[in-house]
Write a protein that binds this ligand. Structure first.
Ligand code: CA
Length: 422
């Protein structure tokens, strides 16, 4: 990824329709200048607190404050190590706070972090908040849920009959805070392609919308609209939990920027080998000796040595430039129909534009009927306009336009949704 690629980012959070407190927290840090970005990268964090009432809020808040603070203050280094250390620091801070006050005992939080660095996307993760990547029609879940369901699937493959997941669906097996030590999952670095979008979310979102729906919405809409629509749909489906979504879309590489090789952590591919360096020194030495012999009158020996040294120098320079050329693969040469350097834990194809447009038309129609029956104070003139244009675009098979109109139509009603927390 390159500094010149603009990152469009939007975050949203909502208490939902059943909870009184929002225990989710999030943080977006986009580097203001290239120097800072090269040192650490853009950082996005989602944390879903637990422990009840203000305790969960506190835990997730400490996580989204400690992780960026530690990560951004670290000396330059491998972002995987920096990310792990930042999450461990957050665990320690929450654990210490929990042991100081009996009211805060057992407080915890999930923590999912995405760093967009010059070396690609790197993820640090504990819990069941998720990081997805949306690339064209596909959505990949890049994080492993530390939940009972996923752990049982990993251990047993098929866990039918082992446990009633309807009762234990939300049990998570790892979180920041309760224990002094914690294992952090690190994913990446993964190549970031122009147009890639990333979604970080709490389970209040991923439990209400399937991957195919999330993928299609993030693909079709600008981040701000996508975040609002996903939260609206999660609420329309009951809003049983707090909902948080962060969407970041990586822009195209400007035409005047020449792609550089993707850097690697283990070895410096831009450097030269010791053998090549030794050859250069030997050739230079031969050149100097040849010149010296020629000057002192031994012309035949001197010219012979000079010819050998010059030939060796040319050969070494050709080898060097051929090596550099082979490592500087322009981004355009990568087959971007495939995923590179990534380990998605799940993958799905997003809904087609047609299916998403028709789904939104159905949701909007049902919502409209319910809102009219309950006499919500909605700007019906604006809603009617958005809805009519959206349905017209569906009839004309202009589905992407229809999705934008119908997302707006749903938003107009959802702005007035009654909130009656239990
Ligand atoms: Ca939650």
């Amino acid at each position: 990824m390159y500094w010149e690629q603009a990152v469009q980012c939007e975050a949203g959070t909502d208490v939902g329709l059943r909870r009184k407190n929002n225990e989710d927290s999030h943080c977006v840090h986009l580097c203001p200048d290239e120097a800072e970005w090269r040192r650490c990268g853009h950082l996005l964090v989602v944390a879903d607190g637990m422990g009840g009432h203000a305790v969960g809020e506190l835990a997730s808040q400490i996580a989204v404050e400690t992780v960026p603070h530690t990560f951004l203050k670290s000396p330059p280094g491998d972002p995987r190590r920096l990310l792990r250390n930042a999450i461990l620091a957050a665990n320690q801070a929450i654990n210490e706070r929990g042991t100081q006050n009996i009211d805060f005992h057992h407080m915890g939080t999930t923590c999912s972090v995405l760093a967009l660095t010059s070396r690609g996307a790197v993820i640090g993760h504990v819990g069941d908040s998720r990081v997805y990547r949306v690339r064209r029609d596909r959505i990949d879940q890049l994080t492993f849920d530390h939940s009972l369901q996923w752990e049982l699937e990993r251990q047993h493959g098929n866990f039918d009959g082992i446990i009633d997941l309807n009762q234990h669906r939300n049990i998570i097996t790892r979180s920041l805070g309760p224990e002094k030590s914690i294992e952090v999952d690190i994913e990446g670095p993964m190549l970031v392609m122009p147009g890639d979008a990333f979604l970080l979310c709490s389970d209040g979102l991923s439990n209400q919308l399937c991957d195919a729906e999330l993928g299609a919405i993030v693909r079709e809409l600008p981040p701000a609209q996508a975040v609002k629509l996903m939260i609206d749909i999660a609420n329309l489906r009951g809003g049983p939990d707090n909902i948080t979504a962060v969407v970041a879309r990586v822009g195209e590489l400007p035409a005047n920027v020449y792609p550089q090789p993707v850097e690697d952590y283990e070895e410096d591919e831009g450097g030269v080998s010791w053998a090549w360096l030794g050859g250069m020194w030997a050739a230079a030495f031969g050149l100097a000796c040849g010149l010296a012999l020629w000057i002192v009158g031994q012309e035949v020996k001197g010219l012979s040595l000079l010819a050998i040294a010059v030939t060796a120098l040319f050969w070494l320079l050709i080898v060097h430039f051929r090596h550099r050329h082979s490592t500087q693969l322009p981004v355009q040469s990568v087959d971007d129909s495939k995923t590179h350097h990534s380990r998605p834990h799940r993958t799905a194809v997003g809904l087609s534009s047609k299916d998403l447009a028709e789904l939104l038309a159905k949701i909007d129609g049902e919502l409209c009927t319910a809102a009219q029956a309950d006499q919500w104070k909605v700007n019906w003139a604006e809603h009617g306009k958005c809805q009519a244009v959206g349905l017209q675009h569906i009839r004309e098979k202009r589905y992407s336009k229809a999705i934008r109109d119908l997302a707006r139509s749903i938003r107009v009603i959802m702005e007035q949704i009654p909130r009656n927390p239990r």
